[in-house]
Design a binder for this molecule. Sequence first.
Ligand code: TQI
Ligand code: CA
Ligand code: ZN
Ligand code: ZN
Length: 172
Amino acid sequence: LFSYFPGSPRWPRSKKTLRYAITATSATSIDRATLSRVFASAFAQWSAATTLNFTETASASDADITIGFYSGDHGDGEAFDGPLGTLAHAFSPTNGRLHLDASEAWVAGGDVTKASSSFAVDLESVAVHEIGHILGLGHSSVEDSIMFPTLTSRTKKVNLGTDDVAGIQGLY
Ligand code: TQI
Ligand code: CA
Ligand code: ZN
Ligand code: ZN
């Protein structure tokens, strides 16, 4: 079963379109165009299941959601830890911050199941999960759901399960 954050925080009903900016990219070698495609595809999973819309904006100042890559301590009290361990984190609505550990062996666009490194992690899979948190979902006990709190390395899991859909539709 899906879960929400305490108090079930959500983005306001009046906001039909959430704007996101990919702001901090200097710590990753993944190019901007690839990042834009991966996040557009990850957000599309959630817009397909709801009346929410997402659009990328270039400037952080008019974005609801900001996305960035950081390594180690980056000022929010939740330091990253090098390869594996914590891959990324996101905060509950309406904070809007989504941070990725720049030290991961991210696979963006390619086929993660064919990666030679056992450290390889699929960026889109993690993005879909973290966007779930950004929108207000906690973890799920259903193993094949996006919000289940385990992702095996070298696996791609980007399609919402029935439990994820039930969770997000209960909130929006
Ligand atoms: N990061 C944790 C996560 O996103 C951070 C976290 C723990 C968290 N508890 C939370 C965030 C409660 C919001 C609310 O779950 S992680 C996975 C998964 C992580 C884990 O790096 O461990 C994914 C990031 F689901 F596979 F375990 C992405 Cl997909
Ligand atoms: Ca890590
Ligand atoms: Zn952070
Ligand atoms: Zn999670």
